[in-house]
Write a protein that binds this ligand. Structure first.
Ligand code: AP5
Length: 191
């Protein structure tokens, strides 16, 4: 059995959270979503939540130091078990470098880049209606994605772990494409 270490990379609304839940169930991976962890911190009104809230409401990135600490704490707790799937992290090169340092000898096995065009993204997110799903905030999240997160595509391609999948189509179709991509990268399920 391989302890798979997978990243889902993609714009807001590409379906990272939806697919992460399915993949983690089928491949017995721990799901680490920085968006979910931050929203829980905001709901709990913790210090972290109070610091993160205004950035999230505007669709900007929460400062790296806060987010990196959150992920490193989880990875260091051993709760990732046989493997993990990161959804929404890293979000920029500084976070990717921090992740690399935290993992040490254990490398990321596969980064799945979920590609989707802006109009379909806006359509999906307006249909969901989360607090940060208003059109101006969605447009800012897309800009932040292009400016800060999209450079990770080349970053992970250069490391030979990038797989790009089309995120349009039904949830089942996208799941099948991601399954094929992670298999092509040598990641195995345990079920
Ligand atoms: P985060 O929670 O990571 O949001 P996001 O990247 O904007 O992604 P979403 O959750 O909107 O979309 P998704 O790709 O997960 O799609 P989903 O499956 O939900 O981040 C939120 C904020 O937290 C950031 O703006 C930032 O402030 C902060 N943050 C988080 N991580 C950070 C980090 N590392 N550093 C700094 N700040 C950070 O699907 C979307 C909708 O589409 C759903 O309604 C779903 O049902 C639907 N859908 C999914 N798949 C399909 C399909 N195939 N067909 C039709 N509909 C579909």
């Amino acid at each position: 059995m391989t302890a798979s270490r997978i990243i889902l990379l993609g714009p807001p609304g590409a379906g990272k959270g939806t697919q992460a839940e399915r993949l983690c169930a089928s491949h017995k991976l721990t799901h680490l979503s920085t968006g979910d962890l931050l929203r829980a911190a905001v709901a709990a009104e913790s210090d972290l939540g109070k610091q993160a809230k205004s950035f999230m409401d505007a669709g900007d990135l929460v400062p790296d130091a806060l987010v990196v600490a959150l992920v490193v704490e989880r990875l260091g707790s051993g709760e990732e078990g046989a493997g993990f799937l990161l959804d929404g992290f890293p979000r920029n090169v500084a976070q990717a470098e921090a992740l690399g340092e935290a993992l040490g000898e254990s490398k990321i096995d596969c980064v799945v880049h979920m590609k989707l065009d802006d109009e379909e993204i806006v359509r999906r997110l307006l249909g969901r209606g989360r607090k940060d799903d208003t059109e101006p905030v969605i447009r800012n999240r897309l800009k932040v994605y292009r400016d800060e997160t999209a450079p990770l595509i080349a970053y992970y391609e250069a490391r030979g772990v990038l797989q790009t999948v089309d995120a349009a189509g039904t949830v089942d179709e996208v799941e099948a494409r991601i399954g094929a991509a992670i298999e092509a990268a040598g990641c195995e399920g345990v079920s």
